[in-house]
Design a protein around this ligand. Structure first.
Ligand SMILES: Cc1cc2nc3c(=O)[nH]c(=O)nc-3n(C[C@H](O)[C@H](O)[C@H](O)COP(=O)(O)OP(=O)(O)OC[C@H]3O[C@@H](n4cnc5c(N)ncnc54)[C@H](O)[C@@H]3O)c2cc1C
Length: 468
């Protein structure tokens, strides 16, 4: 039963750890701290848990798992590390990358012990071997919230962290929260900020991420940058705003779009502009395709594919669930390429020329115009677009997540502008910067929330003096 904040506070006594946000980072922090024996309260500003995590495709990047072994995929921590740094243009904070690499398998096993399940492994952008582990993100959130409550964690919804409370030395001693129109002080020995990103805050995006002016804004409605601003006001540094990019594949301005889009390009589609011409190597990371799409005059493009790609339909992963898209009406289809071109308003002769040239390159008769040699960078070969019916999906680039944020150290302690920890303050998940560097490997954002969320919970419990 859901209790109001006042009743929960009255029953809790002195709090060890206060967590802001009930996405994956917040819930893993809460579970980890409670397993140590800490008294934990989670405050979530929306009426339900999940944040962007629950909306995500649920792909998590791990290396060396049972699921990879079962599918005959050989992977290593060294390869994972090299991919994260290469995709991040070596602008990453290597100490955070090292923590991720060191802790990812432990976190994976810990999450599985808690009841999180992983399905098939998918290849995706920035991965030299397939290592995106599919999970149902809503089920994962429900599992974590249930486990947290079983461990005695109290979760109160509809309460928004507003301002950090600091003592005379600057140590964080609690949070001033907004609850039903009034401000309430909640004291705690340690605070974990796990409030996600700011993809839904147009003002912050305009100020700090002007490069995404023509992008669509996605992510959870809770992603308004609250935690970032709270930490900043308390003296925290933040980093990596120039690296925020949009994800390609989202249908623009339509209520039927669930926010995930589709990435048919990684299963065989080409991307064409409104003149019917390709404009990018479609095997590039979807953020790079997003940049190329935003550079088009209309900032939009079409993913065009044939039945062979449709046959790779996978309801387990939103971005590959093409039949689901068709059912929503967001995917156009026609018996011939020319009919498809007419349907979507692209010159039919130009689209035909584009597809003929692409098919010739796939057959090895000529160089591909944009150097495409694989489907998603992992070596799987492109196929010709030749089997009717044909499909087209209007696609823009959407800021689904902001990969920049609060500066933290490897122990998840929030650092001030001098690189010194702010006593009592921890942060994990999308609200933090440093880890991704200049580019994002698929699965490392959900991955980062789990890995660093768990560590933040352990660190906050230890700070509060709790020992298992
Ligand atoms: C459509 C989509 C697909 C994606 N797919 C993938 C994927 O497959 N793999 C991957 O790695 N990444 C993916 N991402 C990104 C990834 O899901 C997120 O970066 C990650 O899950 C963020 O987790 P989090 O716990 O840090 O934040 P969230 O899950 O966003 O949780 C933050 C929570 O904090 C709450 N909150 C905010 N402000 C306050 C406040 N002031 N007080 C209290 N609570 C507050 C929010 O309401 C929210 O519930 C995707 C994102 C989207 C939108």
């Amino acid at each position: 039963m859901r209790q109001p904040l006042s009743q929960v506070l009255a029953g809790l006594g002195a709090l060890d750890v206060l967590v802001l946000g009930a996405g994956q980072a917040g819930l893993t922090a809460a579970v980890a701290a409670a397993q140590q024996g800490a008294r934990v309260l989670v405050l979530e500003k929306l009426g339900h848990p999940g944040g962007s995590t629950a909306m995500s495709s649920g792909l998590t990047a791990y290396a060396g798992t049972d699921e990879q072994a079962a599918e005959g995929i050989e992977d290593s921590v060294e390869s994972l590390r090299a991919d994260i740094l290469a995709t991040g243009g070596n602008a990453n904070d290597e100490t955070l990358v090292d923590v991720y690499c060191r802790e990812q398998l432990t976190t994976y096993r810990w999450l599985k012990d808690l009841g999180v399940e992983y399905g098939h492994i998918h290849a995706a952008s920035g991965q030299s071997v397939p290592r995106s582990h599919a999970t149902d993100p809503s089920r994962m959130i429900d599992t974590l919230a249930r486990r947290a409550e079983e461990l005695g964690v109290r979760i109160v919804y509809g309460v928004r962290g507003f301002q950090l409370m600091q003592d005379g030395d600057g140590s964080v001693v609690g949070v001033l929260v907004e609850n039903g129109g009034s401000l309430v002080e909640v004291q705690a020995a340690a605070v974990v900020i796990a409030t996600g990103g700011f993809s839904r805050n147009p003002d912050l995006l305009a100020k700090f991420v002007p490069q995404m002016a023509h992008a669509i804004h996605g992510g959870s409605p809770g992603s308004e940058g609250d935690g970032l601003l709270m930490a900043w006001k308390a003296g925290a540094d933040f980093r990596d705003t120039p690296f925020v990019k949009g994800t390609f594949g989202i249908y623009p301005d339509d209520p039927r779009e669930n926010g995930t889009g589709i990435l048919a390009v990684y299963k065989g589609a080409i991307a064409v502009d409104f003149r019917g011409r390709r404009f990018v190597d479609e095997s590039l990371p979807y953020k790079a395709i997003g940049d190329a799409c935003l550079a088009l005059p209309e900032h939009l493009a079409w993913q065009v594919f044939d039945q062979q790609t449709m046959d790779k339909d996978d309801p387990e992963v939103h971005i590959y669930w093409f039949s689901g898209r068709l059912a929503t009406g967001l995917l156009q289809t026609a018996g011939t390429l020319e009919e498809l071109a007419d349907l979507i308003g692209v010159p039919a002769d130009e689209l035909r020329r584009t597809v003929d040239a692409y098919n010739a390159a796939v057959r090895g008769e000529r160089e591909d115009e944009f150097g495409r040699t694989s489907l998603s960078g992992t070596g799987e070969r492109p196929t010709e677009l030749c089997r009717a019916p044909y499909y087209a999906h209007l696609s823009g680039a959407s800021v689904l997540a902001t990969y920049c944020g609060i500066t933290v150290d490897p122990r998840t302690r929030v650092l001030d502008v001098y690189g010194e920890p702010i006593d009592g303050l921890f942060a994990a998940g999308e609200v933090t910067g440093g880890f991704h560097g200049a580019g994002y490997v698929t699965g490392t954002s959900v991955g980062k929330s789990g890995v660093f969320g768990r560590l933040a919970g352990l660190a906050a419990a230890a700070h509060a003096g709790v020992r298992a």
